[in-house]
Ligand binder design. Structure first.
Ligand SMILES: NC(=O)c1ccc[n+]([C@@H]2O[C@H](COP(=O)([O-])OP(=O)(O)OC[C@H]3O[C@@H](n4cnc5c(N)ncnc54)[C@H](OP(=O)(O)O)[C@@H]3O)[C@@H](O)[C@H]2O)c1
Length: 337
């Protein structure tokens, strides 16, 4: 039985990847942060009793800022594959917390790679790189496009990209960067713009909310569907040679388009509800990210099926369903986009 370690298992991608690997028969180990309240909602449906002899999902407390803990875990688990998905992953928040973003999203990767090296674990390594590394580089972007990050998050991801390549070249590690363009799902964090939109569309249609405050509506993005993107991560680590891949749909829509698809799904005109708030603007914006995934299509036979219009509909429908059980009062007061 193959063993995988996922950092960021409680996040959007980590939860889908855990599902995928469990389906494939892996024993899955997840790194989770100790929190005063539970942060496992996205993986609760995968829970197995510790006494269950068939249990294949095992969680371990740890943090990417705690290198000695990572070494101990690598020695104990001896995984075949490590997926580094943990990060302070919010671009707007990275302007407020640049140092923490660097510690986690940047240096955290070095700590993990170094833990693999010093523990002697014989494993393949996946690094969650991001289209935000391209920033101001004109689209379409592919594996040969020069990076020009426009946020502390993008800068930290560029560092992680290069440290991953460096460990591959310096130590012969099977280490890959997946340069993923935006991917969303019903499990997307509630302060990301797509989720803010689909959740607002659902709430407004239910009479629970009357307005939605947003920043830049002109940003062009290439939005895909998260469950399909975690499949690409896995395929990268099954390939013969460790390489870096762009994962994207090669389609382009604005935030305005995403509003249109989402509000149309509940039969409303978004222009009646959306208001501008400059708090959601970033000091440096990224105008257009459109990925060219030709290399992944060729080498990994990976093809995206869900494109933005359908994605928006899937998310709105899930948000309508979730209204029945939702509880958080704080989401709308977080100043992010
Ligand atoms: N979604 C996208 O469009 C996209 C695109 C390109 C790249 N990426 C990258 O892909 C990865 C997964 O994205 P996602 O959307 O699933 O992100 P997400 O939902 O924000 O999840 C981030 C995960 O990282 C964990 N984490 C944060 N800081 C940590 C630390 N110091 N130590 C250990 N764990 C920590 C979080 O734990 P808690 O649950 O405790 O907060 C959570 O499990 C991230 O690295 C992200 O930057 C995402």
């Amino acid at each position: 039985m193959k063993r995988a370690l996922i950092t960021g298992i409680t996040g959007q991608d980590g939860s889908y990847l855990a599902e995928l690997l469990l389906e494939k028969g892996y024993e899955v180990h997840g790194l989770i942060r100790r929190s005063s309240s539970f942060n496992t909602a996205r993986i609760d449906h995968l829970y197995q009793e510790p006494q269950d002899p068939q249990r294949r999902l095992k969680l371990h407390f740890g943090d990417l800022t705690d290198g000695s803990r990572l070494v101990a875990l690598l020695e104990e688990i001896q995984p075949n594959e490590v997926y580094n998905l943990a990060a302070q992953s919010h671009v707007r928040v990275s302007f407020d917390e640049p140092e923490f973003t660097g510690q986690t999203t940047g240096l955290g990767t070095t700590r993990l790679l170094e833990a693999i090296r010093s523990s002697g674990a014989k494993c393949r390594f996946y690094q969650a790189s991001s289209s935000e590394m391209f920033g101001a580089a004109p689209p379409p972007q592919n594996e040969n496009t020069a990076f020009y990050p426009r946020s502390p998050y993008g800068v930290a991801k560029v560092y992680s990209y290069w440290i991953t390549r460096n460990y591959r070249e310096a130590y012969g590690m099977f280490a890959c960067n997946g340069i993923l363009f935006n991917h969303e799902s019903p499990r997307r964090g509630a302060t990301f713009v797509t989720k803010k939109i689909t959740r607002a569309a659902a709430r407004i249609s239910a009479g629970l909310q009357s307005e939605l405050y947003l920043g830049n509506l002109d940003a062009v993005r290439d939005w895909g569907y998260a469950p399909e993107y975690v499949e690409a991560m896995w395929r990268m680590l099954q390939h013969d040679v460790p390489q870096d891949y762009v994962i994207a749909t090669n389609t382009a829509y604005t935030v305005r388009d995403f509003l249109d698809f989402s509000f149309r799904a509940v039969g409303l005109d978004w222009q009646k509800y959306v208001k501008f708030d400059d708090r959601y603007l970033r000091p440096t914006e990224v105008d257009a990210l459109i990925g060219d995934p030709s290399k992944a299509q060729e080498d990994l036979k990976w093809v995206p099926n869900v494109l933005t219009p359908r994605l928006a509909k899937i998310m709105v429908e899930a948000d309508l369903e979730a209204l029945k059980s939702e509880g958080s009062l704080y989401i709308d007061s977080v100043q992010t986009n």
